[in-house]
Ligand binder design. Structure first.
Ligand SMILES: [Zn+2]
Length: 119
């Protein structure tokens, strides 16, 4: 069953929404960037046409490294990582579950992804 999700950074300058699968699990990854962010991410990769981004002008930061395939977005005002476009499914989004309204990230089953050795 699909559900509507609304997300935002801490200050609200970066907002996003999508319709997706009910969230019962989250992914934590140990690759060089994720291990530093420590965020719990959606297991679902959301298609770009289904992912709606609403930002205050100039607030969305983009960080890229390595092959620059993955796009790591964050709010330039409050510094929070909100979502990224994945390495494994370029263009598709995964969101920071901690940014989603009504989802308790601490209550979810955590799947550890060994990005450090698999990417
Ligand atoms: Zn912000």
């Amino acid at each position: 069953m699909s559900q509507d999700f609304q997300g935002k950074c801490h200050c609200g300058a970066v907002r996003f929404s999508y319709q997706g699968e009910e969230i019962s699990k989250g992914i934590r990854c140990n690759c060089s960037i994720c291990v530093r962010k420590g965020a719990l991410m959606t297991t679902e990769a959301i298609a770009p046409e289904d992912f709606i981004i609403d930002i205050e002008e100039g607030a969305l930061g983009l960080y890229e490294f390595g092959t620059k395939t993955a796009k790591h977005y964050f709010c330039k005002k409050c510094g929070i990582y909100t979502f990224h476009q994945t390495l494994r499914q370029p263009g598709f989004y995964k969101a920071n579950i901690g940014c989603l309204e009504g989802v308790d990230s601490s209550a979810l089953e955590v799947i550890n992804f060994d990005g450090k050795n698999l990417l």
